[in-house]
Design a protein around this ligand. Sequence first.
Ligand code: N01
Length: 535
Amino acid sequence: MTEASIETGSSFDAVVIGAGFSGMYMLHRLRGLGLTARLYEAGDGVGGTWYWNRYPGARCDVESVEYCYSFSEELQQAWDWTERYPSQPEILRYAEHVADRFDLRRDMRFCRRVTRAAYDAAGARWRVETDRGDRVTGRFLITAVGCLSDARVPDLPGTFEGESYHTGRWPHEEVDFTGKRVAVIGTGSSGIQIIPVIAERAAQVTVFQRTPNFTIPAWNRPIRPEYARWVKDNFAEMRRSMRASLFGIAAPFNTRSALAASERERAEELEARWAHGGPGFLGAFGDTAVDERANEVVAEFVREKIRHTVDDPQVAELLSPRDHPIGTKRPCFDTGYYATYNRPNVRLVDVRATPIKELLSAGLRTTEATYEVDVIVYATGYDAMTGPLLAIDITGAGGVALRDKWAGGPRTYLGLMTADFPNLFTITGPGSPSVLSNMFVSIEQHVDWIADCLRHLADSGAAVIEADPDAEDGWTRHVGEIAAQTLFPRADSWYMGANIPGKPRVFMPYAGGVGTYRALCDEIAAKGYEGFTLS
Ligand code: N01
């Protein structure tokens, strides 16, 4: 790739941050509106999450035929997915295909991280700076920075002199684990995917677990040609039902209460969904997310599966979550995770009981023992949702800093805009369903809403749109109230900001479901952008 020159003084209609699936589609829609745009991306290619998360075993846990764009009939008919759940390399190939098909790269600048964006109220423009020295302006600033892109490594004293990697910053070159002693810290979705793969190659894997997670088998498999054909013939109907659903996925969700079902009915429903695998498991009963006793029925079913799978009862118990209701932390979907602990080269260390104290040049030390390893894999997660936005020094009208405004937690109207930051749109921002949904459904909905809004501004002769503080207060309250009706706040999850020391404990996404949310956004637009001021 030839290096693009540093730009200073250029003006665009819009500046977009991030070349993941949000940024790519946003750019495509901006062009369709006849607007000029510059897109900045920190990596050297498109794909966002799937550009960075190249770790072995990385795979999406939404089914491939659902985890893709719907905006272009030609694209969805042309692209063939090979597996039920797409692997990271296949998703990255898809992203690259989309970038080529729609000729997106010519408006993108890679290897540039936006460091600063300041709103100039007099000129009604955003002044945007990158770490490479670009200085441009845009009437609109649109963040497409992802919800899980600010990778975090625990702040441990000491220095490890072996190889170390974070799953979300994986090298482009293959990492060879053959014959090595590997420490994996973290047992969230990333840890649960990478551990079985490393265990097949490494001499020894030591898993440092702070909190056990519930994981459901994915049962990945190749896609049968008849199924692929059926999907292509039925895309329109499938997309319609996904858009109207709770989580943006096609799997049917029951409304029946687990408590109203007999023991036999419960077992049959849960066994059938376990055998099918994937996110649909949590749709077995309608009250799993809101009723503690109903939740316990589902949670105990999974714990029983763990006891059944893991040979050593002590290890099985250690792997069994008891501190949070199932589904209140992001559910995980695995390939052979629990059975991996039956391998002689895999051991589990409970770092809740014996925390990691320090890194050593050849390993690490807990309060109880020293572990010599060649490689440390950090599957330790992200400063989610607000992290990537607050990593940029964003100042709005009157010089207010977003970091200050959100010091007590994110405040948005619809997760799309925040008061005092005119013409700033946050795709899949906090306060929208985003991470609680199939991201493609939420991304397309946000991008389409923003594009329609920009067209409305042009048609009505307005230059600026801004969220009203009252509307923002009401929405922020509503997001909290919806969460309070569920069991979500019971978990120390990244949804709650609980994984980052000092981060305000606030449930960040909107839990009312993507169908309800879409209807609300459409209604607000139809009422002339109620709760926004246009000028
Ligand atoms: O990160 P996580 P992730 N000492 O935050 C532990 C998406 N995703 O990268 O739970 C010891 O979930 C931490 O422990 P605890 C998906 O949305 C999707 O796995 O905080 N342990 C936890 O076990 C997912 O939810 C896919 O007590 C420490 C782990 O590290 C999100 O990304 C695949 C620690 C972090 O888990 C994030 O997943 C991968 C410390 N100091 C990711 N600090 C698919 O689509 C943290 N931990 C399949």
